[in-house]
Design a protein around this ligand. Structure first.
Ligand code: B12
Length: 476
């Protein structure tokens, strides 16, 4: 059969979709043809898309969906340019909201959870003329039975040029924690899947998924997108597997690599092993103040635990990048300042700040819903994590959030030391005094560049904005 995957990536972080790369490999192994359309611009040309679909004439169009891209998928479906293809949906949104996903127009089938097995079942059913509407995985995929993922499904050259020659890959799946804003716990609780959620790939396969690409493309670093890379080192059944992976990585790949991890998973031993294998940077979530982090986000991580993680990393020469959120329910300005202060004292290599969006089905969504905090219309149409919140804030609170989303790095600099405070605090105050229209029109990047140049001349370590939501530390 001919399958066309569509991946909407409008206004959000660009990257490989590991769900689609593995599904593509499984389908090709079973004799099917697979192509991908990656949509980054919501004003894409419908008529050339129509021509493309007519030319390829897919039997199935499979859309991988996260919640904030549903409005774009809806637009595509309503344009009815899919010919005779069956429309199927999978990924985090259909997994968390299968019934709602099935009500989207022209959708033939919805997939809940990991779909390596159920997608083949569907194709089988389709061939036999008995397709169902809902396909639910009954167990977690055994990663040891999977082929190498098909990264070539994606335009690798383009991704590398957009992502500083960084290639994404993974060595496993799953997470041990229960953060209330993430889908992981609900995903686990909702369905009685069998088997262990945290799994590792066979190390040789994980290496094979990288090796051909580093031989073919200019790649400077590898980013492992596993939810929590260091958790594997804490599970007795995977300790040896991780060691074997490190050995193979050192002998075959030789490139610096980056991971996502949780401060609770980091210790001196596993950080050392990570560094020895070529690990250069860990991305961790600070997310909010200790109060909000522990009480609302249910991340039982104290500030001092985060400071310990920085100490461990600093001692080893490993860099840290932090993820931060604003606009979480019950948060006040003091919480935002606490979070900024923690970043200011620890000085991560880069910081990312996003405005909180409640994903349907997560405990924090239910909390917001119970308290009547969600603006339903905004919740359905918002497609990014930078421009505004979809919670019912007063005009004043919305404006304050906007000031922090835009001026996060200025406030961060102001909190770093007295000299920077003199430069950046008045600038932040100027932002904070602007009416909304002026704030939206304000050319932040030009001013940020001027201030940054001034700090560089004075040789002050400071943050400057690289993209809308990411600020980088300048150090001589
Ligand atoms: C790696 C990762 C990324 C990568 C890759 C993105 C991607 N879409 O795969 C990058 C860094 C690019 C990324 C970006 C973002 N991410 Co992200 N990311 C993850 C993470 C940690 C792991 C995903 C993964 O690779 N899993 C392993 C693969 C094999 O599983 P999978 O993707 O679920 O795919 C399986 C099934 O879902 C299904 N399936 C998937 N697609 C399809 C399609 C069809 C047709 C079918 C039949 C089946 C099917 O089969 C697959 C194989 O079993 C998850 C957390 C998580 N545990 O899911 C968050 C997560 C997916 N990300 C999330 C978010 C919010 C984002 C960003 C918006 C962040 C930002 N501010 O920009 C962007 C959005 C980009 C986008 N368009 O998806 C949310 C989505 C929430 C939701 N309910 O919609 C998650 C769930 C984290 C969370 N907060 O709970 N992310």
């Amino acid at each position: 059969m001919r399958i066309l995957f569509i991946y909407f990536n409008v206004n959000v972080t660009l990257g490989l979709n590991n769900g689609l790369t593995i599904l593509s490999a499984v389908l090709k192994n079973n004799g099917h043809q697979v192509r991908l359309t990656l949509i980054e611009d919501k004003n894409y040309d419908i008529s050339s898309m129509n021509d493309y679909i007519n030319d390829y004439a897919p039997d199935i169009i499979g859309i991988s969906l996260i919640e904030t891209q549903v409005s774009h998928a809806l637009h595509f479906l309503e344009s009815q340019i899919f010919g005779k293809a069956k429309i199927i949906l999978g990924g985090p949104y259909p997994t968390m909201n299968p019934t709602k996903a099935l009500t989207l127009p022209y959708v033939d089938a919805v997939f809940i959870g990991e779909a390596e097995t159920t997608l083949l079942d569907y194709i089988n059913d389709l061939e036999e003329g008995t397709p169902k509407h809902l396909y639910q995985a009954i167990s977690f995929t055994d990663l040891e039975t999977l082929p190498m993922e098909d990264k070539d499904l994606f335009p690798i050259n383009y991704l590398l040029s957009e992502k500083n020659h960084q290639l994404e890959s993974s060595i496993g799946r799953g997470c041990a924690y229960s953060c209330t804003y993430c889908i992981n716990r609900t995903f686990l609780n909702k369905y009685t899947f069998q088997g262990s959620y945290i799994r590792m790939k066979i190390p040789e396969i994980a290496i094979e998924e990288i090796l051909p690409y580093i031989q073919k493309y200019p790649i400077y670093e590898i980013a492992f997108i596993d939810d929590d890379f260091l958790i594997y080192s804490k599970l007795p059944q995977y300790q040896k597997t991780l060691e074997r992976f490190y050995l193979l990585y050192k002998s075959h790949i030789h490139l610096p690599f980056i991971i996502n991890t949780n401060p609770l998973s980091v210790n001196r031993n596993n950080a050392f092993a990570f560094r020895e294998a070529g690990g250069i940077r860990m991305r961790i979530g600070i997310e909010s103040s200790e109060r909000i982090r522990t009480a609302i986000l249910k991340r039982p991580i104290t500030d001092s635990r985060i400071v310990d993680t920085f100490h461990i990393a600093n001692d080893l020469g490993v860099k840290i990048s932090t993820y931060n959120m604003i606009g979480i329910p019950e948060e006040g300005t003091k919480d935002i300042l606490d979070m900024l202060n923690l970043n200011a004292t620890q000085k991560p290599e880069s910081v990312k700040v996003m405005t909180f969006y409640p994903f349907t089905g997560t405990p924090l969504y239910d909390y917001c819903e119970r308290k009547g905090l969600i603006n339903k219309q905004k919740h359905e149409t918002l497609d990014n994590y930078e421009s505004e919140s979809c919670l019912n804030y007063t005009d004043h609170s919305s404006l304050v959030l906007r000031q922090y989303q835009i001026g996060f790095s200025w406030m961060l600099n102001a909190l770093m030391n007295h000299e920077l405070k003199e430069i950046y605090f008045p600038e932040f105050k100027r932002l904070a005094s602007m009416p909304k229209e002026d704030l939206e029109r304000f050319d932040f990047f030009t001013r940020d560049k001027q201030l940054s140049d001034q700090c560089k001349d004075l040789e002050f370590m400071h943050y400057y904005k690289k993209t809308k939501s990411v600020a980088i530390l300048w150090q001589k």
